[in-house]
Design a protein. Structure first.
Length: 367
């Protein structure tokens, strides 16, 4: 449909280190490298919402990522974009999360004086911290993939983070990302909203009465799931209808945005004043209401906040302990410390590489 605006495999700007081509297209190769990375495997034991409550059906960072990938690939296909690039950016979007998700991130942000963001940590993970190749650090991903990791949530207008960007391989942080990255960003929103509702209802963190009083939930529903007699059926239908409603909304609104903008070249996409991939105005209001409902009734619930308090206590201990005595760091990490500023960065890189269970074990051993 909009193939003329997609990122073309044969026009990729390349990689930091040139490597011979093989049977795969460049973004297929990026995807495969991410799938085989250690950071990707660790997502299976990193928090989505629930930190200590175990359940066979609750999401973790890995299942959330796979759900984002599915939505991004499907929407990119319908729009005629580069599916492999959208998929790869979606696979990378949470690689930089610390143990215990956003709860741990809040502690780290304070420690690094706001010089931390999990998107940038994802970039560090794939460019510096992964160690799988003899001749270079990182995964040596394509420029377009890295640009999407940094900017999939939009231009970075006031960067106060250490991007460690190569001067020979520069990124213009003030420009929009590709359409493929924009797709990955909104599919992240859809996945976490829909599936956090699923987990919240399954765990009884949100009551039937709260759902009945939330009138906006009927904006995208049909008569068949307005009944609350069978809560499991309601939960399943809610998730399904919400995803379908928002994906179709993005598809139609994005088509209209592109037609109205008269854009015909990919370079015009990044220069445009706003995201071309977007919700309609009506759905933007709905999405904000859904997020607000989840914040007030789920994320701020006693059930979730109790786990958040414990998680932040653990992450704060890890930081304080390693700051005082970094002898427990593996030798390969200790050798990176050359001054106090570097030490803070190394400690956070090490902690962000921990799973929830590893962090908990470390805490139980030394606290």
């Amino acid at each position: 449909m909009f193939n003329n605006l997609s990122v073309k495999n044969d026009l990729s700007k390349g990689r930091f280190i040139h490597i011979p081509s093989d049977l795969r297209e460049p973004f297929e190769r990026d995807r495969d490298r991410v799938l085989h990375s250690t950071a990707f495997r660790k997502l299976k034991d990193k928090t989505q919402v629930f930190m200590f409550e175990k359940g066979d059906y609750y999401r973790n960072r890995l299942t959330h990522t796979l759900e984002v990938v599915q939505l991004a690939r499907s929407l990119s296909r319908r729009l005629g974009l580069n599916e492999d690039l959208s998929e790869t950016i979606a696979l990378c979007h949470d690689l930089g999360h610390s143990p215990f998700g956003h709860a741990g991130e809040e502690v780290i942000v304070k420690f690094l004086d706001n010089n931390f963001n999990h998107n940038i940590q994802s970039f560090r993970q794939v460019t510096i911290l992964e160690s799988k190749y003899i001749n270079y650090s990182g995964l040596n991903l394509s420029w377009e993939t890295l640009d999407g990791i940094i900017k999939h949530n939009g231009p970075v207008l006031n960067p106060n983070y250490d991007y460690n960007l190569s001067k020979e391989f520069s990124f213009n942080l003030s420009l929009n990302p590709s359409l493929e990255a924009q797709v990955a960003s909104l599919c992240d929103d859809i996945a976490y909203i829909a599936h956090d509702f699923d987990d919240a209802i399954r765990s009884n963190a949100i009551s039937v009465q709260q759902l009945k009083e939330f009138k906006s939930i009927y904006e995208f529903s049909s008569y068949e799931f307005k009944e609350f007699d069978n809560l499991d059926m309601f939960r399943n239908n809610l998730t399904r209808f919400l995803i379908n409603y928002l994906i179709l909304d993005i598809f139609e609104q994005t088509k209209q945005n592109i037609i109205d903008s008269n854009i015909i070249y990919p370079d015009e996409v990044v220069m445009h004043k706003y995201f071309l991939v977007s919700f309609s105005d009506k759905s933007k209001i709905l999405v904000e209401e859904l997020k607000k409902f989840l914040l007030n009734n789920f994320y701020n619930s006693k059930k979730v906040q109790k786990g958040k308090f414990e998680a932040q206590k653990i992450v704060k201990f890890l930081i304080d302990f390693l700051k005082k005595d970094h002898s427990e760091l593996p030798e390969s990490w200790k050798s990176k410390i050359t001054n106090q500023d570097i030490k803070k960065r190394v400690i956070i890189d090490y902690i962000c590489g921990m799973t929830d269970q590893f962090a908990l074990n470390f805490y139980n051993k030394y606290a």
